[in-house]
Design a protein around this ligand. Structure first.
Ligand SMILES: Cc1cc2nc3c(=O)[nH]c(=O)nc-3n(C[C@H](O)[C@H](O)[C@H](O)COP(=O)(O)OP(=O)(O)OC[C@H]3O[C@@H](n4cnc5c(N)ncnc54)[C@H](O)[C@@H]3O)c2cc1C
Length: 476
């Protein structure tokens, strides 16, 4: 990077506020996706004003800027695919104010999800989205991806909690959008526009989140099936009852056997299972657990275990969370990769989606595990590939294209919570074809010089098999 630019940056953030060291640059070239590209500089701002000054410098010199939270994104959103600046938000990590009487909390964008909930716990509240990356992911990253997690069916996604936020536009202008009121009809909902913006419209520096009251208690049931269609029917029937569970995680047979093999058989050996959590007042929990058991029996469950035992529930949750790593341990030399990783379909279409994904996997000779937040229709698929073998990637990507096409045909979306980034860009463009011209116009209006996270989402062109983090020569 040009020395004069580095000097200007140093004036804004000081000597310890940036790095151009090779090791740092290499490290910041990754997120949790399959991609890698080294930036030219990493900057760690401490305030909205510093972010604004950095963006003024970058905009004048047309340098790409990629905002970065914890880098746990699975689709390449934080990978600086065109080089330039990575703006690491982790030093803006303060919970600024909790206002329980008004039901909001103000945070800086770099606050980690679990750290926020530790603070809110003291007040009897929580921010319930519960992503699997809760220990690391940041609120800014969650807003930028509209992240959610296991509890979305009952508690919603990040966008449902964003009352207002501060962001910095590409030209350095600081914008406060939204309010600190529970209701707001004051024109364009700009704060909502930033939800799912993936670092392409502005850098989020502060967020006002609505608080949710913590439930009094919870209990869980593990329900086993010998047919994945029965599991899918069970989830739809439960919701239609109506019983909205706190969460309902589905695992298919590939996921179950991968976990059992690598974790010492924590789960029953079956074709499909659901782990259902219900929460609320004690009487409601008991009533809901009974309903879960009834509906499970009506839909062909082969085994039902209901429990209040926190240890047992933690063991099931940990088994479910270990699918990704367990899959990588299934076959020596193979890795679980995030290709088609979080499609969402209408809940009633889950069995069709799981069957379609399994057929596509067979057609292309790849192993695909399907699991996820079944009660909100969000299915994760992880693919097991030999990541140094070009042919495996070629087959994998063809399978992924068909998986996305099948999802769209079922009335679904290619991403329920992980965002588009690079890996879903071509299918996102298909899915949102009728909105693309509006999306392009919004981006142009907010960032006319195209410096913010360029080349992703609607701007991606060509195959996604490029800049892979794995030593597969043809696609590095
Ligand atoms: C093991 C594992 C489990 C996961 N489970 C879930 C899950 O259950 N649900 C879920 O939704 N996701 C999940 N994810 C994906 C990911 O962790 C989340 O989506 C998370 O919200 C990303 O936050 P981050 O801070 O790591 O963002 P990053 O990965 O750093 O960035 C993600 C995107 O947001 C942009 N961005 C980051 N910060 C800002 C900012 N301040 N301003 C503007 N743009 C910004 C980046 O440019 C990038 O495009 C999981 C990931 C892993 C590795």
């Amino acid at each position: 990077m040009d020395k004069a630019i580095v000097q200007k940056i140093e004036k804004v953030v000081g000597k310890d506020g940036y790095s151009t060291k090779t090791a740092d640059l290499y490290t910041y070239g990754f997120d949790a996706s399959i991609f890698h590209r080294t930036p030219d500089i990493v900057i760690q701002p401490r305030s909205t004003e510093q972010v604004s000054e950095i963006l003024k410098i970058a905009n004048a010199a047309r340098i790409p800027v990629v905002p970065r939270g914890a880098g746990t994104g699975l689709c390449g959103g934080a990978v600086p695919i065109e080089g330039g600046i990575v703006l690491d938000m982790s030093r803006m990590d303060k919970v600024l104010k909790v206002s329980p009487a008004d039901l909001w909390v103000d945070v800086q964008a770099g606050v980690v999800y679990n750290d926020l909930n530790k603070v809110l716990d003291e007040y009897g509240f929580f921010f319930p989205c519960s992503p699997g990356s809760a220990e690391a992911c940041q609120i800014g990253g969650m807003v930028a991806l509209n992240a959610s997690g296991m509890k979305a069916v009952k508690y919603g996604a990040t966008r449902d909690y964003v009352l207002g936020l501060t962001f910095v536009k590409a030209d350095g202008e600081i914008v406060r959008a939204g309010t600190r009121t529970i209701k707001d009809s004051s024109g364009y909902q700009l704060a909502r526009l930033m939800c799912g913006s993936e670092g392409t419209l502005g850098v989020i520096t502060e967020v006002t989140l609505k608080l949710a009251a913590k439930p009094k208690g919870s209990a869980s049931a593990l329900v086993a099936f010998d047919d994945v269609h029965d599991a899918g029917r069970f989830v739809s029937a439960l919701i239609a009852r109506p019983l909205i569970p706190a969460s309902c995680e589905l695992m298919d047979s590939v996921s179950i056997s991968a976990v059992n093999k690598s974790q010492g058989n924590p789960l029953p050996d079956c074709e499909a299972l659901c782990i259902v959590e219900v929460d609320g007042e004690p009487e409601q929990i008991e009533r809901d657990l009974r309903t879960v058991q009834e509906v499970a029996k009506e839909n062909g469950a082969t085994e039902i275990t209901a429990t209040h035992d926190k240890k047992q529930i933690a063991a099931w949750t940990s088994a479910r969370k270990s699918v990704m790593t367990s899959l990588s341990a299934l076959k020596p030399g193979y890795s679980s990769v995030s290709l088609a990783d979080d499609m969402a379909v209408p809940v009633s279409k889950i069995p069709d989606a799981v069957s379609a994904y399994q057929k596509i996997a067979e057609k292309y000779g790849v192993t695909v595990a399907t699991y996820g937040h079944a009660s909100d229709g969000n299915l994760h698929t992880k693919m097991l590939l030999n990541p140094v073998d070009k042919d495996e990637w070629d087959r994998g990507v063809k399978a992924v294209e068909e998986i996305f096409d099948a999802t769209i045909a079922l009335g679904g979306t290619v991403t329920g919570e992980h965002g588009v980034g690079i890996s879903k860009a071509p299918s996102f463009q298909k899915e949102r074809a009728s909105a693309l011209s509006s999306i392009i116009a919004i981006k142009k209006a907010m960032d006319p010089n195209n410096i913010l996270n360029p080349g992703k989402l609607q701007q991606w062109e060509g195959s996604i098999l490029t800049n892979l983090r794995y030593p597969c020569e043809e696609y590095m």
